[in-house]
Design a protein around this ligand. Structure first.
Ligand code: CA
Length: 229
């Protein structure tokens, strides 16, 4: 298994390396201190997971994530010193799967990486889920609706799988957070909104006026009745 750290701060890099060596002695760790080199390494090495620092010397972490997402669905964790939710939401919008706010503990980082890897590795190669005309291919990580087929990120798959399994009943935000992060964050609803919006953009004819993924205000999300899909 390979991990790529795109991080310009040597101390943070050492800290992460140490944490990873404790959590996964067999893991191969690659490093890049700049965004451009990091992108090139994702292409060349096909890592299993990537961490991206938002403040890099050449281009911003957002640009790095966006570029990576143009050719890869590799799980991306953002490491950011900026705790403000708008920064995190922006990183998620650009396609990050997960975030850790600096300063973080080694155990926290290990836990976050473990959840993310488990989520990716637990994909059953045969698994195809459907509800009405909506179908989710967990192996290919694609969603089909009407005549559209779109690629999903790992997190989007996790959210949509949960909605499909509920067969039209409401999935609470807490339970979505639990599936994504293994716990409910106090400020996770902003992030969940982003995932839902991305799913709607990929599925709905008019994402601003959704007919497939519906909102139960203050509670969560559900799929429209099977017969009306
Ligand atoms: Ca930095």
């Amino acid at each position: 298994m390979k991990i790529l750290l795109i991080e310009d701060n040597q101390n943070v890099c050492d800290f992460i390396t140490l944490a990873l060596e404790i959590g996964w002695p067999e893991l191969k760790i690659h490093k890049s201190s700049s965004g451009e080199t990091g992108i090139a390494l994702v292409k060349a090495l096909h890592p299993d997971i990537v961490t991206v620092d938002l403040g890099l010397p050449d281009i911003s972490g957002y640009e790095v994530i966006k570029e990576i997402r143009s050719f890869s669905e590799v799980p991306v964790i953002v490491l950011t010193a900026r705790g403000e939710e708008k920064d995190i939401v922006k990183a998620l919008e650009f396609g990050a799967d997960e975030y850790v706010i600096k300063p973080f503990g080694q155990m926290e980082l290990i836990a976050r990486i473990r959840v993310l890897l488990r989520r990716y590795q637990s994909r059953n190669p045969e698994q195809l889920l459907s509800f009405g005309k909506l179908s989710l291919d967990l192996a290919k990580r694609t969603v089909r609706y009407n005549l559209k087929e779109e690629m999903l990120t790992g997190t989007e798959c996790t959210v949509l799988k949960q909605l499909i399994e509920k067969e039209g009943l409401v999935t609470t935000r807490e339970s979505i957070a639990e599936k994504i992060w293994g716990t409910d964050y106090a400020d996770s609803s902003g992030a969940i909104k982003v995932y839902i919006r991305h799913l709607r953009e990929k599925i709905e004819d008019d994402p601003g006026n959704p007919k497939v993924i519906l909102t139960r205000f203050g509670i969560g999300y559900y799929l429209a009745k099977e017969t009306s899909l």
